[in-house]
Structure formats: C-alpha cells, structure tokens
Write a protein that binds this ligand. Structure first.
Ligand SMILES: Nc1nc2c(c(=O)[nH]1)N[C@H]1C(S)=C(S)[C@@H](COP(=O)(O)OP(=O)(O)OC[C@H]3O[C@@H](n4cnc5c(=O)[nH]c(N)nc54)[C@H](O)[C@@H]3O)O[C@H]1N2
Ligand SMILES: Nc1nc2c(c(=O)[nH]1)N[C@H]1C(S)=C(S)[C@@H](COP(=O)(O)OP(=O)(O)OC[C@H]3O[C@@H](n4cnc5c(=O)[nH]c(N)nc54)[C@H](O)[C@@H]3O)O[C@H]1N2
Ligand SMILES: [Mo]
Length: 816
C-alpha cells in the first residue's frame, strides 16, 4: 500500500480485497495541513462527512483553535477509516478569508453590515406585519439537506406548530424527494430498507442512474474491494455516461436520458417471463403483482431497445444477471430521480426486489439513495413538507398525536392539503403569495432550474428574502437580510446517512466573527416571536443541540425512525455510528428493515396512502385500506411516457447535468479548497466523438449549449458518453469563488440557465436530467484541453490530454 498517494490522481486509493461475507478491512485515510504531523494536533473531535450522503466517520484535527485536518475512523461501520477526496481536502473552506462574519441588511439597495439584533428585528417585524393580514401562508421556508437534525426539527416546530404555515420544504425536493416518495409508495413509509453492509454479501450489484464512484467514493471503494476479492459480485450499471462503475460492469446499459421506466419495465417483463419470481414471498408480503404482470407483458426487450436505444440482447443479459442473483443489491439515484417519470421508475426497482423476494436479508437490499449528508433528517423531521416522524398528513390520528406532542391545537398544524413543494413555494414567492422567504443552507440562485426566472423571483419587489449561509453566495447577493452561519466543525448536531446510520458531529472550533449555528438562529427567532403552546408555555422549550435532540426523541417514539435509544452522550462515546430505529427493543440499532413483513404499510401506520404514479394525485384512506388492508408492500406499476421535451430539428441533443468527483454542488466549500478547485477549475461540456465529428468539433473548443430557456459556454471534452447526449456539470455558478479562476462575475456558465421549470408529478422533483439542447462552436480551442478531470466519467478519448494530478499538496496518508 502506497503510504501517501496523491488522492486527486488516485481518488480511491489502494485496494484491500475481501471475500463475500467477510469483513471489509480497515484503511485509515488522513490529511493534515502542510508541515503538520499527528503529534502537532492538540485534539481530535468526532464528525462525519457533510459533502455527500455516505456518512463517512472522521475525526477533525484541531490546533491552536483551528481545524488543521481530518482522519477517517477505522472502527466505524460505514467507512472503516476511508475518506474520499472532497472530505480529505474540503475542510479548508471553514477558514476561507471570505466567510460571512456579520449579519447584513439591505439599505437603499445595498447590503450593509449590522448587529444580530437589527437583522433579527427585521425578520420578526416582517413576520408580525404579515401574520394578521395575509396570515401564516405569506411566510415560506426553504431549507437544506446539509444542516443538523436538531436544526430541522426546531424549524419544523416553528413553521408548523408556531406559525402554522404549510410552506416549508427543503432542497431535498431537488435531491431525494423521489427516494422518499418511492419508499412511501412501495413500503408505506420512508426509511431505507437496506444497509451498506449488504455490499459485503451481495453476489450481484445494480446501479440505476448512480455515479457512485464519484458521488459516494467510499461506497465505491467498498465495491472495488469486493471486485478485487475472491468471489466478486456481478455488476450491472445503467448510465448514459462512461462512469468508473460502467467501465467495471458486466453489463453497461447506456440508455437515452429519460427512458428509465421503459428499461425497467422490460427488465421486469423478463423477470416474469422467465419465472424468476418468488411466488411465496409475493403471496405473503405484497399486493398488486397481477396488475404489474399485465402491465409489463407487452414490454419486451425489443420494445425497450427501440425506446432506450440499447441493444435488446444487453437488456436480456442484464435481466439474466438480476434474475440469477441470490443476493441482489440495487442502488438508485439522480439519473432516475431527476426525470419526468422519476417515482414511477424508482418504484420499479423496489418491485424488482419484491418480485424476487430480495429484501431484509444480508446481501438483499434496495438503496433508494440519498444525496445530501442529512437529507434523511430533513425528511424525518418534517422540514421537507411531510409531517415530523413520517406521520401521515391525511390521517387525523397522526395529526392529533403530533399536536399532542407539541401541545397545540391540531388545527394549528396545516394538513388540509398536500404540503407545499419547493417549486410551488418559489411560484408563490414570484406571484406575491409569499412575502417572507427564509432560505437556509442552500443556494437556489445556482441550483434551481431556469435561473433567469429564479433571479427574477428572488429580486422581486415586495418579497423579503432572508439567506442564512457561510458565504455571500449568488443567492445571498439577492437577499434583504443575510445571516452568517456557523457550519460543520463549528457547531454540534446529528446527521443520519443514506443507510440510517446516525453520527454526532461535534463543535471543534469557534465560528468566525459573529457567525452562529443555525440552531441558535432558529431558537432566537422562536424566542423573539414568543410562540406558546396550549398551556401558555414556550412551544420551543429547548435551548441547545442536546436538548433539541431530546425533544426530537419524543416526537420520533414509536415511529419507523425511532431515536429513543440514542442520545448525544451515547453517540459521543460510541466507536461507530448507530442505525435507526434504535429503541428499547433494538438497543444497538437496526441493520435492515423489513426482515419480516411491512408493518409500516398498514393503513393505520403508513406515512402515505400513495399517489397515482401517472398524475401524482394522492389516494385517500379508503382507497388505500381497500387495496392494502393488512399492510403489505404495494407493487405499483406504470406505463412509459416519453420525456415532455424531446429533441427536434432546432434542439437536436439531449442535455443531462450532474456532478464531478471533486466538487460539491455550487462549490461554496470545494471551490475554496485548493486541491479540489485545481482538479476541476472551470465548467466544461461533454460530447461523444461521433457527435463532435458531425459538428467538426474537437477537444478544447469553446462551445455554447442552448435550450429554450438559456445558454452557457464551456470548453468541449470528447468522451465515451453515448451519442445524442450532451453533459454539463452544474457546479459552476455565475459568481466565481476566490479559489476559482479569479473572482467576480462569470456569467453564462451555470447549467441551470438551461434547465426547465418542470417536475415529476409524484415526488415534485425537478427535471435536471432531460432537456432538448443545441450545441454550437463559439471559438476554436487554442490547443489546451478542456478543464474537465481525466480521472472520472469525464475521461478524454484523446490520449494526449495530460492526466489530472494533485501534486504534493494532494498527498494523503493511507494506512491499513
Ligand atoms: N462529488 C460529489 N459527490 C456528491 C455530490 C456532489 O455534488 N459532488 N452531491 C451529493 C448529492 S446532494 C447527490 S443528490 C448525489 C447525486 O449522486 P448521483 O446521482 O450519482 O450524481 P449525478 O451526477 O447527479 O447523476 C448520476 C448519473 O446519472 C446519469 N444519468 C443522467 N441521465 C440519466 C438517465 O436518464 N438515466 C440513467 N439511468 N442515468 C442517467 C449521469 O450520467 C450520472 O452519471 O451525490 C452526492 N455526492
Ligand atoms: N442542473 C442541476 N441542478 C441541480 C442538480 C443537478 O444534478 N443538476 N442537483 C440538485 C441536487 S440533488 C441538489 S442536492 C441541489 C444542491 O443545491 P444547493 O443546496 O443549492 O447547493 P450547495 O452549494 O450545497 O448549497 C448549500 C449552501 O449552504 C451553505 N452551507 C453549508 N453548510 C451550512 C451550514 O451549516 N449552515 C448554513 N446556513 N449554510 C450552510 C453553503 O455555503 C451553500 O451556499 O442542487 C440541485 N440542482
Ligand atoms: Mo442532492
């Protein structure tokens, strides 16, 4: 094992192979600031990663009151010591010189520094002005998947129990709304069935629209170590781009973007046709199989081959691998979730596991993956539009129970219609229905679709926007009040990863200047607003992260996400994170859900009665009780429909957008870490060799990508991406970071200039993966290659492009 590899050049480090059913060997990854060794560290503080949903456990190194590095935690169940490049280097952003250190308010058009009192007073005054007139419906909150559990829960209590507004959602709407919805549709409730340890047992892995090697590099290391072991699992990968997983796959299906449901229906067709169905499991545990069998009967591989433009024999081969598996793990992510039939397609992956009886056993799991580090907490705390504790807004008993916990009138908690989703919150803000929009931990001026429209909404006269962030982001620049937030490393709280593992992140250092933890800001607002319960006592009775966690435990009791067996104290002392549910019955947590039956699907217990997969219309209690009286898994099927915006003569290409290994979202952190910024410094555009040749284009040419909404420019990277598709990373906003290529205005590089205001009707997740686009030459390249990395799905076909390396600054320790 190389002791100090360059982890930009070698993102996944060295292999530690292991066999099926074996224990994944530990490997401890460390990065410390230049010139420092472990002996120079004053203390190590516990945390977990906040730059993806994997929940990699680490210790944060502190010296002289500053964070100086990180080290993976070998004893943790999730990562066994490993860290990906973003986590090794991303911590440096905490000490960026341009952190927000004071609140700002807009005066005569300009943002000027002020005290916390002045800033909070503006927010409270605006709230009090709106409450008696337009009412609580004039107040909206748009939060994150990157804060801590305690912060979401407090915000949910304020919004739903204090103000009584239905307008509270997270950017999880863009991220994992479909994960949540597909779990609700199939199993009655949110909650990840599987566990990362299923990778240790699987004989077959299937990745649906999930670039795991770049977006959860440590999970990919686990898979790579199985692939290097004595009895490697077979790998099926569905992705139009040549990801690292696609390169290792036994079958790589590269469908046209937006055709996942056709492909999945064909895979189910083959599963049924070849009799690879566990009839006993279906009889005992499910309803709806006959309808599915009818639905997929005409969906032959040949039929799907036409729609998806993949060879029918590859679909047959993939179905054979899935059908021959004895231990199957499937993962699903944005290639499925950010499409027009997102929920309908994600549900078919659940169905594949139900048909094959492959859930609730080692090596048999679905991972409807999360994206952001604490997206799971946004959902379970009800900061995402749902009611806290996965309670059902259509079930009066659930609303009463929640009202009892908060000691408020059930009528105070909005529940007479579906919760307002983020795209609707922005529509209302744009049309005057919302007069105060409080944005925390998200940068919608770069991450929402159709940015020209979003800029218009955020800048609208009459809308007061509050932005709570670490930096003066594109969104903060448009705000009326800017609140400086403390972040990971500077505040304490819990995050729960994509396989339900709960970790405590501890405050290691003080936040800069006057910056405050998000929790303190929400608590301050609750105090100033003086929210009271029915007995006249303070509605928000807690005062710090630990007491907030205790309050949340009471709300989670008896629900699928039961936290009653956990505490900050216990998590602080535990060698490893612990998976919920964790209660008296499961004191050490729960590795897999649904080991015997689907109790949360019972009509009295379920989080949702389900929706029509074509229209998104909610079913009611009677429909659901008739369909599923005993609480089994529900097999829901749907017919394929083409994307709403198909290529045509004017816009002949399919545009899809996504991520690269080295950056996180709008780069507010990774753009300020020198190693990461240098690895992918500027936006680029990916196209196949065939499409480039037709247009007379070459590596490094400056091109424009245009859709009916807008355009962006970037240097062309010619890759093995499928024909007909153009890919653009969405990380690059129009305001450059100091670590980037210069600082200042950088217009026309954000992918979301081009994406459409459109969403999946069921989960309401926006469509970032399908749009019709055209590509034109702006200027010939000057011989320099595109700034895209070579180590990833963006690898160039041109062998003369120099490889992406990080040099001495990117060396990180690796010990087994
Ligand atoms: N490095 C890095 N890691 C991250 C993040 C990050 O910003 N950077 N963000 C985190 C977050 S919040 C999220 S949500 C996750 C997202 O993680 P992923 O979903 O893995 O990332 P994406 O790049 O958005 O999309 C995944 C893949 O979908 C493919 N795809 C596009 N269209 C289609 C289609 O129609 N069908 C199929 N089957 N595939 C398609 C793309 O080619 C791409 O490789 O990553 C998390 N981890
Ligand atoms: N075209 C296209 N668009 C996409 C996607 C795509 O694949 N393609 N993916 C979508 C997905 S899955 C996601 S998750 C979103 C992500 O989109 P965003 O959430 O908008 O992206 P981030 O850059 O992560 O924004 C988080 C903000 O919170 C700040 N922050 C970090 N930590 C803290 C904290 O502790 N407290 C506070 N108050 N602020 C903090 C950061 O500085 C940053 O400004 O983008 C979506 N948009
Ligand atoms: Mo996400």
């Amino acid at each position: 094992m190389e002791p100090n590899p360059d982890r930009v050049a070698r993102p996944w480090g060295d292999r530690t192979p292991y066999p099926a059913g074996g224990t994944w060997p530990a490997r401890t990854d460390t990065h410390l600031a230049e010139g420092l060794g472990p002996d120079d560290v004053d203390r190590w503080t516990k945390a977990a990663s906040v730059l993806h949903s994997n929940g990699d456990a680490m210790d944060v190194a502190v010296r002289d009151g500053r964070i100086v590095g990180v080290r993976g935690r070998a004893a943790d169940r999730v990562n066994h010591g490993r860290l990906g490049p973003k986590d090794l280097f991303g911590w440096q952003a905490c000490h960026a010189p341009d952190r927000l250190t004071r609140p700002l308010v807009r005066e005569q058009g300009r943002l000027v520094p002020c005290s916390w009192d002045t800033a909070m007073d503006r927010i409270v005054t605006r709230t009090r002005d709106l409450l008696p007139g337009p009412g609580p419906e004039a107040i909206g909150f748009y939060t994150s998947g990157q804060l801590f559990l305690e912060e979401y829960y407090t915000l949910a209590v304020i919004a739903r129990g204090g103000l009584g507004t239905p307008h509270l959602d997270g950017n999880t709407r863009l991220c994992t709304a479909t994960a949540a919805e597909s779990l609700k549709e199939s199993f009655g409730s949110d909650g990840q069935p599987g566990s990362f340890t299923d990778v240790d047992h699987a004989d077959t892995l299937a990745l649906f629209g999930h670039n795991v090697s770049e977006t959860q590099p440590v999970l990919w290391m686990r898979i790579l170590d199985r692939l290097a072991g004595p009895d490697p699992p077979r790998l099926v990968c569905v992705d139009p781009r040549p990801t690292a997983a696609a390169a290792r796959a036994d079958v790589h299906l590269a469908p046209r973007p937006g055709t996942n449901l056709a492909l999945l229906n064909a895979l189910l067709h083959e599963t049924v046709r070849t009799g690879r169905v566990d009839r006993a499991y279906l009889r005992t545990h499910t309803v709806g199989f006959e309808e599915l069998a009818d639905r997929v009967a005409p969906c032959t591989p040949e039929w799907a081959a036409d729609i998806c433009d993949v060879p029918a024999r590859d679909i047959v081969r993939a179905a054979e691998l899935l059908g021959g598996a004895r231990r199957l793990v499937s993962t699903v992510l944005q290639g499925v979730y950010q499409s027009h039939q997102a929920t309908a397609a994600a549900v078919q992956v659940n169905n594949l596991h139900l048909l094959r009886g492959m859930l609730g056993r080692p090596g048999c799991g679905v991972l409807q993956m999360n994206g952001q580090p604490s997206a799971q907490n946004t959902r379970e705390c009800g900061a995402d539009g749902d009611l806290p504790g996965f309670r059902n807004w259509q079930n009066p008993d659930h609303v009463r129970e929640l009202a009892g916990i908060w000691n408020v009138d059930p009528e105070r908690i909005p529940h007479d219609g579906p919760p307002t989703h983020a795209m609707e919150i922005f529509r209302l803000a744009g049309e005057g229905g919302i007069g105060l929009l409080w944005i925390s931990g998200t940068n919608p001026a770069v991450s929402l679709p159709e940015l020209a429209r979003i800029r218009g909404i955020l800048g609208r006269e009459g809308l007061v926007t509050v932005v709570q962030d670490l930096f003066l982001t594109e969104t903060a620049r448009l705000a009326d009040v800017v609140l400086p937030a403390a972040t990971w490393g500077e505040k304490t709280g819990v995050i729960t990863n994509a396989d339900r593992t709960v970790h405590l992140c501890e405050r290691a250092v003080d936040p800069p200047g006057l910056a405050r933890p998000d929790l303190d800001v929400f608590l301050d607002y609750a105090r100033r607003m003086d929210f009271r319960d029915r007995a006249g006592a303070p509605l928000v009775s807690w005062h710090d992260a630990e007491s907030a966690f205790e309050a949340w435990k009471r709300c989670s009791a008896g629900r699928p996400c039961d936290y009653t067996g956990l505490s900050h104290h216990r998590l602080r002392g535990a060698a490893s994170g612990i998976q919920w549910p964790c209660d008296a019955e499961h004191p050490d947590g729960t590795e897999r859900l649904y080991t015997d039956g689907f109790t949360w699907a019972h009509p009295d217990a379920c989080e949702s009665y389900g929706k029509d997969l074509a229209t998104g219309d909610p079913h009611d209690a009677d429909d659901y009780r008739a369909l599923n009286p005993e609480g089994r898994a529900v097999i829901r099927s749907a017919a394929y429909e083409p994307p709403r915006e198909e290529p045509d003569a004017a816009y002949p290409l399919r545009l899809t957008t996504g991520r690269t290994l080295y950056h996180f979202h709008t780069r507010t952190k990774t753009g300020r870490a020198p190693q990461l910024s240098a690895a992918a410094p500027e936006v680029w555009v990916e196209l196949s060799a065939g499409e480039a040749a037709v247009r007379g284009l070459a590596e490094g040419d400056l091109v424009e990508v245009a859709t009916r909404r807008g355009a962006l420019r970037g240097r062309l990277r010619v890759t093995a991406i499928r024909d007909g598709v153009v890919f653009v990373p969405f990380h690059y906003g129009y305001w450059d970071t100091p670590g980037g290529t210069g600082g200042g205005d950088a217009p026309g590089r954000a992918a979301n200039e081009t994406t459409a205001t459109d969403w999946d009707p069921v989960s309401k997740q926006p469509l970032f993966k399908t749009a019709a686009a055209r590509l034109t030459l702006v200027e010939r390249g000057d011989g320099r290659p595109s700034p895209a990395p070579t180590t990833t799905a963006s690898a160039p076909l041109d062998p003369t492009v120099p490889p992406t390396t990080g040099g001495p600054a990117a060396r990180a320790g690796q010990r087994s």
